[in-house]
Design a protein around this ligand. Structure first.
Ligand code: AMP
Ligand code: TRP
Length: 328
């Protein structure tokens, strides 16, 4: 069975973008692949986190994985920091990574732009992400569009290691959905919907109550036209809303265009809000059940136990190949 791995940072409440771009695919892939789904807490601390919030968000993201349909009896669900091999391989790969490669990363440029002080962790972050993937020799990495560049670097690092120290790592492939790989902000269709955007109206959070979802969608920016047509270049806001509509309703973009031909934005937005609410309500109910059952700790513990041996073996193999004196 091919291996699938992905991770989400517990750095804020997850958005509909995370769900559509990533988690929905996790759920699909668990049926046909050996899956590793992580809450990447070590990545979250590359920007300052309040300790209590970090703990809460880590548990919350894990519970959302399960609520969204990830089945811990099929996929390993764990916290990155519970498997120390990630950090160790991360360091080993950092030493194979060039400054220039890291300087080119657009996520680093975006997150560091305009800041007086930027942590070194934010800079070397992609080497840790490469370690997450390579430590299990994953074949496939389901992510949204913004992670493509990090995946490219992961592939380069795997190939670099293989050519220096002999073939060892699987060179992973990205798995990026055709529709929904980049859900944009509701207030600005030039920015991706993000959990860290300070404008609350910009993102639908997975745990937003129905009325909040309705309000956010009714206030979403549109253009001054009146046609409900998918055209990313000329109608980016309406196109983004149509993508969300399509992904939440199961209707194709053409079907949506046909349904709303000659109609105004108001009715379309109202229906869209109901589709989003209908999509998220069962997830929210399940989320509340899981949180109150207190089972997340056990799921994460089991997940880390399942995967630790593979990860530890990879680190031993890599160290041996790199020339470390191995304890006997
Ligand atoms: P992050 O929120 O950065 O931890 O991202 C977790 C996963 O969700 C990654 O695979 C991202 O590519 C994906 N993702 C985040 N935001 C979006 C978005 N607006 N549209 C589609 N995918 C997204
Ligand atoms: N960098 C990813 C993000 O910001 C999160 C991540 C960390 C990840 N390690 C990973 C994604 C491994 C896929 C595979 O979204």
């Amino acid at each position: 069975m091919k291996k699938v791995l992905s991770g989400i940072q517990p750095s804020g409440q997850l958005t509909l973008g995370n769900y559509i771009g990533a988690i929905q695919n996790f759920v699909k892939l668990q049926e046909t692949h050996e899956c590793f789904f992580m809450v990447v807490d070590l990545h979250a601390i590359t920007v300052p986190q309040d300790p209590a919030d970090l703990r809460e968000q880590t548990e919350s993201v894990a519970a959302l994985f399960i609520a969204a349909g990830i089945d811990p009896s099929k996929a390993s669900v764990f916290a990155q920091s519970h498997v120390p091999a990630h950090a160790e391989l991360g360091w080993l790969l950092t030493t194979l990574t060039n400054m220039g490669e890291l300087e080119r990363m657009t996520q680093f440029k975006d997150k560091s732009e305009g800041k007086d002080s930027v942590g070194a962790g934010l800079f070397v972050y992609p080497a840790l992400m490469a370690a997450d993937i390579l430590v299990y020799n994953a074949d496939l990495v389901p992510v949204g569009d913004d992670q493509k560049q990090h995946l490219e670097l992961t592939r380069d690092l795997a190939q670099r290691f293989n050519s220096r120290y002999g073939d060892y790592f699987t060179v992973p492939e990205p798995y990026i959905p055709k529709v929904g790989a980049r859900i944009m902000s509701l207030d600005d269709a030039s920015k991706k919907m993000s959990k860290s955007n300070p404008n609350a109206g910009s993102a639908i959070k997975l745990l937003d109550p129905p009325d909040v979802i309705r309000k956010k969608i009714s206030r979403a920016t549109t253009d001054s036209g009146r046609e409900i047509k998918y055209n990313l270049a000329e109608k980016p806001e309406v196109s983004n809303l149509m993508s969300i509509y399509s992904l939440c309703s199961g209707m194709s973009l053409e079907e949506i265009e046909a349904k709303y031909e000659g109609q105004m934005y108001g009715g379309f937005k109202k229906d869209l809000a109901e589709h989003v609410v209908a999509k998220l309500e069962p997830l929210q109910t399940k989320y509340n059940e899981i949180r109150s059952s207190g089972t997340i700790h056990e799921i994460l513990k089991q997940g880390a136990e399942n995967v630790s041996e593979i990860a530890n073996q990879t680190v031993r193999d890599v160290k041996e190949r790199m020339g470390f004196l191995m304890p006997r």
